[in-house]
Design a binder for this molecule. Sequence first.
Ligand code: ATR
Length: 273
Amino acid sequence: MTDRYAVIGNPIAFSKSPLIHSSFAQATGQDLDYSKIEGPLGQFAATVDAFRAQGGRGLNITAPFKLDAFAYATEHSPAAQLAGAANAMKFDGERVLAENFDGVGLVRDVVHNLAQPLRGKRVLVLGAGGAARGALLPFLAEQPTELVIANRSLDKAQDLARIGTAQGPVRACSLQDLQGRHFDLVFNATSASLRAELPTVPVSVFAECALAYELAYGKGLTPFLRLAQGAGVPQLADGVGMLAEQAAEAFAWWRGVRPQTRAVIERLTVPLV
Ligand code: ATR
């Protein structure tokens, strides 16, 4: 019987996951079926139970169910544990394993696809929500000289930085505190771009910046990227590579074979204009 996988979210119509995983399956010769499930709100567990009863082997999880998925799982990876949220699950009999590949997917995109090592670099992350949380430990593992988490609400940045202090040189500050500071790599992990808003970041952060990276995908030239472009940042990127790489991690976890991501990234790239 063909193994079944799916992405669950609400809404789910625009999810690229079925396209990505079908491409991976075809390229690696894996026999699997990957669909999308619009999960009724408040019925996550019942929906997943039904999917498992029909032979479901694994799920990707997107908004608003990442916390429900964490709660549903019986075992959690360190990345899922830190995030308190899961973006992938694997079913093994009664066992439900939870993973979170967002951070590792981001690092792989930056270091491997965009050829920007984080090692020895001054790294700035804007935002201290779920997206920034996922990036924290994978970033520190790359050994930057410093990792600054800047957030509109300082207390959230401080809470997050505290989690990473044993792992590397991480510091919290407010967006205003960034005045006059320079960074080599700047990441926008706020949700501002989803509403075409700009986090109030001083343009000086881009003075010596080699890469400005918008974690959101498919929004074109967001206000953040536009600011970076105007400041002369030579390389701009959005989250398309992160999306493909976290999917490849999940695929490898489920199937034991890691697909190439280049073709999927090319297919899904939305021009930054
Ligand atoms: P996600 O899971 O996408 O990270 P989240 O957990 O709701 O979403 O976090 C959103 C992040 O974007 C927060 O860091 C938020 O800042 P606050 O903690 O101060 O709320 C940040 N954010 C959202 N809109 C913003 C804006 N217009 N300017 C600056 N930061 C913004």
